[in-house]
Design a protein around this ligand. Sequence first.
Ligand code: FAD
Length: 545
Amino acid sequence: MFQPEIRNLCPAFSRRPVSPVYALDCLVEVKECDVIIIGCGLSGMTAAYEMLKLDPNIKLCLLEAKDRIGGRTLTNEINIGGGQREKFDLGGQWVASSQPDILEMLEELNIKTYPQFINGTKIMQVGHGNVIRTYKSDIPSLGSYWGIIELQLFIWKAEKLAKEISIEDPYSWDKAQEYDAMTMETFVRNNARSQSVRDTIQAACRSVIGADLDRVSALFFLAYANSAGGVMKLLMATENGAQELRVKGGTQQISEILADRVGRENVQLNQPVSAIYQDHTEFVTVHTLTGKIFRARHVITSIPPNCVTRIQFSPPLSEDRKLLMDNMPVGHLTKFIITYDKTYWRENGFSGEIVSNGGGPLLTCSTGPISVVYDATTDKNVPALVGFIAGRPGVEWHRQTTEERRSSILACLSEFFGSSALQPTSFTEKVWADEEYNGGCPVCFGVPGVMFTFKALRRPHGRIHWCGTETSTHWAGYLSGAVQSGRRAACEVMKLNGKNVTQLEKLVSRKPSADVDPLYSFPSLLTPIVVFLAVVTAFFAVYFF
Ligand SMILES: Cc1cc2nc3c(=O)[nH]c(=O)nc-3n(C[C@H](O)[C@H](O)[C@H](O)COP(=O)(O)OP(=O)(O)OC[C@H]3O[C@@H](n4cnc5c(N)ncnc54)[C@H](O)[C@@H]3O)c2cc1C
């Protein structure tokens, strides 16, 4: 093993200002490799895998704070009653045909997908009075034609603006300052008057980002949507939409298989990185809370922005990156999976899809717990529903007990689907706010006023390179974004090592496809309304003239 001159790392022997944490490490053996990868979620594992493909001899050290691989992917076996168990995703779950990076990875690892079930009547609970409405077509039930028109106009406007914004540098947009000075709440209020439309967009923002509209920079949201190819892509479960496909066997296996390929001996679990030190040599030194020290020529970190602030850097991060990291909080999602002995909602003609403003106050919370629900029946036909307590309701419901959340969710579901909802075979929840080294999910988002620093997200800090889904330029925030960012970071480092990365760079530089789902392109959503108005006009014309 490489034995560096350990004395140089110790504050006692160095004139450099270093944190006290180094003092603990003076007599510790230092492990050396070519590249250290921090974080064994999908982006970190992808970076390692792609580097090894480019150079099978490269020596990698992968450091993960948790006792498991996978980060924001987590596939657990749930006891579904009758002595049976089934795998469910408690973290990231859906992929889409419009997400080439993750689809290529799945194909390479021979992991199959299957379509999200969407057939049947859907349910909406939005607007004043929290009225529950159903609809069969793709047109959401908002209680009035005006609501539908207003939602359509809002979507068109948001889509048009989003297309003008580059995720690489949102601040280069000529209206950037104006839109970064406002929250999404203001943007929605300026463009939608009806409560049902505002509630719909609120539910969408809660489930997509895990935060309410009033916390999110309008500029960030539009840039984020553009990285996926448009606002509607984030919301849909139809072709190309974010909720289109599910992964057989769950998504955590992607990182597990990558760990096998990278070599388990290179992966060190339970190693929370506490400090990263770049000295005058060509090495970067990484310290963990367990007192271990690692050295390499390059570091790739996949630590999510909200956790980066816990690491000590020497030299310190640039001011723009620091400001950004301090102002990219993570969303709040509690995910629940409920299994049943039959798909009673399908039998009653429901698809299982619910979009809700939460309904009226419940227990000590200002709304009920449900934001969004989908059918989660597995490819092995285990009947299940999946849902989220998201954004502010997520924060409020966090103070209730699991039993209170369980009984309230079941009670709400019974209002939508009838009393069969009260008879589950299992209830499982994952409160991501309690997950150490993530502290929330699904993604870190930008608050107003800091987007002028957003370019710093991908900019290397000396020999430290950044990946992680937040740094992606294609489906940022998603599994596909995690893969794309891992590939990009691998390119950056391997290029510096003189490797030919042309092929990989081509994949990384792909732009999101600009195709708009025909449903939301004129005139299809408005067609029934236009036809209705034409018939009424014709009727009056014939009647009066
Ligand atoms: C409930 C939920 C639902 C989601 N739904 C979807 C979905 O349906 N479709 C989709 O595409 N995406 C979804 N996502 C998002 C998706 O899971 C993430 O985009 C993706 O997994 C992020 O991967 P990553 O590698 O960028 O980050 P992470 O998975 O967070 O990996 C970062 C790793 O860094 C580690 N780490 C942090 N600090 C340290 C430290 N100091 N030292 C060492 N290691 C550290 C963490 O433990 C973690 O393992 C969802 C996420 C959640 C949680």
